[in-house]
Design a protein around this ligand. Sequence first.
Ligand code: B12
Length: 460
Amino acid sequence: MGRMVVLLVAPPVLYAPTWWSSRVASKPHLHSLSGFVRDLADVRILELDTLAGVAPGDVAAVLAGIDEPLATALEGVDLVGISCWTSLHYLGAVEVARKIRATRPEVPIVVGGHHPTAMPSDFDDAEQLFDVVVCGDGEHVFRRLCEERRPRSRTTEIIRGAPYQMSDPARIDWTHYPWHDEKQRVLWLSLSRGCPFKCAYCAEPQRGTNWNNYAVEDALDILDGLARTHAPNVVCFADPLFGASRKWTEALLDGIAERQLPNMFWCETRADLMTPALLDKFRTCRFKVDFGLDTGSETMARRMVKSPSPANYLRKAREMIAHANSIELFHDTYVLFNFPGETPETTRETQEFVVAIAEGNGPISGWVSSQSFFILPGTETYKRMDEYGRDYGTEIRNPTWWRQVGDHNALATDVLPSREFRGREHELLAFREWQNTVNISRLERHSNATRAFMKGFYGL
Ligand code: B12
């Protein structure tokens, strides 16, 4: 029996033309899976959610456009892994499985990702397209399937994957680590997994992965090696919460500075976890840092389960983002409007909070990215939909939008957050105009240093 050949497919996102951006659609999760079995099998990766040249939203054209690359990638394959990474990928995952069944009815198909983790039953039905559904981390189950080389089974098996410990960096082939964007020289990778916080809109808490990470020296050796083998312009970290451990983060940043790694970096974190000294280190190491602030209202910070002490959370976040501006650390501040329980009053609180951070005429080195709440399976919000209805008059009009044909962003964000907004629905998306006004005034206050950094960061 020859060496096993495995195909990992990222299916197309069929109904989210304005929501899914291939610019950031990186695949560190697939590189971890393929690296973990590379001693057992040749792994091909087919990304169908970043296809260029096909009008997003033209579903028929998208589906017709994947036939040829899929047929080519399927040649000689013994096992197919479909990565239904988000709920936006669900209908695409089903269509890809149907196409494989039409040409290769005998090949086993395993599916994994955040959507199967949250909603495994979506992949276990009479059509029996999928043989195995993996919930949680996929490395260990995926390896076992490669070792066992089992044929298709009569029923669909749902397996919870054992958490993957980031103990051995050699599990990934860093020398041949794939580019996310070779032209812009951008790499995406993870140095840690999991998150200790319980934000109600996020799927991470129910994934059951504790925060775990590469040792600092291993992480620095990885980055050092990539600087030699790839010479990237930007390294982006897919870590759910970069900086969850202050000690680890300080040591890593000190190491990056000591080793004078030439590239820039990007990460997502929480402002309330930062200190002025830590932000200074991010600045020295040429990071763009995105802060998941989400709200400026104590009431909403409580309802989002952002922090056991909303007042402290907001006070600390305001101080740290103000410090980021004062040292001209390039950053973004994420804001989430219309979370269940949001009222016109809490919306105003958040907008005033965000504007107040940039008061005065000191330098500003960032902007605001806001969006409207959307329901996701496998989250605290999904479990508490009825309770929100009773308590706040919340109406989540398409609780299983990912199964519907239509604009998924419009369906997923079609939410009345509270009875206070009844008759004022036209105000629910007014934050978009507010954001533009805020960002225009901020861009005007960007210094030449910040503008120069942005040019380098975006390869402009
Ligand atoms: C990095 C990240 C981003 C980045 C990069 C996005 C990208 N690559 O496309 C940015 C910030 C740009 C982003 C944006 C968005 N994101 Co995001 N993101 C994440 C994050 C932090 C990644 C976590 C990670 O990499 N973990 C480490 C890897 C190794 O683990 P993993 O991803 O879980 O993969 C494992 C398993 O899923 C499984 N697995 C995965 N595929 C397969 C396949 C097979 C065959 C098998 C067996 C197993 C398997 O095994 C993998 C390895 O263990 C997650 C989680 C979080 N806490 O926020 C959210 C998350 C994935 N994002 C999410 C969403 C919804 C989005 C957005 C659509 C939201 C939005 N803002 O509009 C956008 C759209 C992105 C786009 N491309 O347009 C949701 C998805 C939930 C869902 N049910 O859909 C998550 C879970 C966060 C949340 N809100 O709950 N995101």
